[in-house]
Write a protein that binds this ligand. Structure first.
Ligand code: NAD
Length: 381
């Protein structure tokens, strides 16, 4: 079997999910390439070495540039904070490496455009880890929508709620808290959480035409971990926006890190002419489905346990009735990426598709500033 030599940048939350996926994909899917964990890169030698031993990497690097220079690496996987995505991805593409990049693609659309140009100029396979597309229940939702079962779509409703930044004593910046520092994260909940909702929405329901948004930063100043000084908080703590889709449907999106009691409540509902769909991350292996065409006395919401072998991805796992979880979405993404290497099908979402989500995030933030409806621009690259 051909080898696919991986160089991972970042050994945090996503470094773990990706490493797990590279290790497991070949156990469950028939792959033509064997992912080989060649090297992991992080700035702290002791910590990155401990990570490499735990996950079975052959070696470590403490400078991502060295990782990219290595001749024995085929693919650079970017699992570090958002401000590093652009530089690493462009350097990797120039070096002819395949590039996988965590979401959001970039700090802003301009950086994203440069990244799209770089990977397309080099012609290297590229993909962004919008992993929710590979939750079997969501992949099933896509199938049902594409089959036309919902009919004309009227509404799309999504939210992603958390509660981990409510304390005013929480600092901003540095390891673990870079999401509160706009220079490193780009934005707050819009790029971090709504980017997921937008990617899923545009995949399921097509492109958006315009948005109107409001954002709020509830805690205006926080101590910065790196400077020790109290500094202005520049991220959006909460964001809500209305959107219109090209297919005529209306949408509402909401995200916050101030919804006490919610840790990662990502839900969406789609209402069509004939049927509706509802999905909830806390119950990710189920798809709720209501079809008005059912016999009236028996009509009602069905809770489909997405575990049968004819459900997306499920024939590769256990036996019907036994569910899988969050980490498997990353395994599916690795398997789909590797499968795409020998076909003409590009792995999706690629950088170009993820740039569309970046445009929508930027337009949402622009609308929150102007207080007006703003049009989603056409891709400029
Ligand atoms: N797909 C998803 O569902 C999902 C979930 C969480 C995070 N993310 C994205 O993944 C990325 C990483 O997030 P995370 O939660 O894993 O963050 P994290 O803070 O847990 O880990 C970040 C890692 O990057 C490393 N790093 C920082 N600067 C570096 C440098 N200069 N060189 C090398 N390594 C460096 C850190 O040491 C750390 O290991 C972000 O872009 C984030 O938006 C995606």
């Amino acid at each position: 079997m051909k080898k696919l030599n991986i160089g991972l940048v970042g050994y945090g939350f996503m470094g773990r999910t990706h490493s797990n996926a590279f290790r497991k994909a070949g156990n469950f899917f028939d792959l033509k390439y064997e992912p080989v964990l060649k090297a992991v890169c992080g700035q702290n030698l002791e910590k990155v070495t401990a990570f490499s031993k735990r996950w079975g990497y052959e070696g470590v690097e403490t400078d991502w540039r060295k990782l990219i220079e290595r001749k024995d690496i085929d693919l650079i996987d970017i699992a570090c904070p958002n401000d590093l995505h652009k530089e690493i991805a462009i350097a990797a593409a120039k070096a002819g490496k395949m590039v996988l990049c965590e979401k959001p693609l970039s700090l802003n659309s301009k950086d994203g455009e440069a990244m799209v140009k770089a990977v397309e100029k080099s012609g290297v396979p590229n993909m962004v880890w919008y992993n929710y597309r590979r939750v079997p229940a969501i992949t099933l939702a896509k199938k049902l929508i594409d089959e036309g079962r919902l009919g004309r779509i009227f509404h799309y409703r999504a939210k992603f709620l958390q509660d981990w930044t409510i304390s005013k004593d929480l600092p901003q910046g540095g390891a673990g808290l870079w999401r509160l520092d706009a220079k490193v994260a780009g934005s707050g909940v819009t790029g971090d959480l709504l980017a997921h909702c937008i990617d899923t929405a545009t995949w399921l329901n097509g492109g958006m035409t315009q948005v109107t948004a409001m954002t709020e930063t509830f805690i205006k100043e926080r101590k910065h971990t790196l400077t020790g000084k109290v500094q202005k908080v520049e991220i959006d703590d909460a964001c809500a926006f209305l959107a219109r889709f090209k297919n005529g449907s209306l949408a509402t999106f909401e995200s916050t890190r101030y919804a006490r009691g919610h840790k990662a409540l990502y839900t969406f509902e789609i209402n069509g002419e004939h049927a509706s769909i509802f999905w909830d991350l806390h119950d990710l292996h189920r798809l709720q489905y209501f079809d008005h065409r059912d016999e009236s006395q028996l009509r009602g919401w069905k809770s489909i346990h997405v575990t049968d072998s004819d459900h997306p991805y499920m024939s590769k796992w256990w036996v019907p009735g036994l569910q899988i979880g969050y980490e498997h979405t990353f395994v599916h993404q690795v398997a789909d990426f590797i499968e795409s290497l020998d076909t003409k099908n590009k792995p999706k979402p690629d950088f170009r598709e993820a740039l569309d989500t970046q445009y929508i995030c930027d337009t949402v933030l622009k609308s929150a500033r102007t207080g007006k409806w703003e049009k989603i621009p056409a891709l400029k690259v």
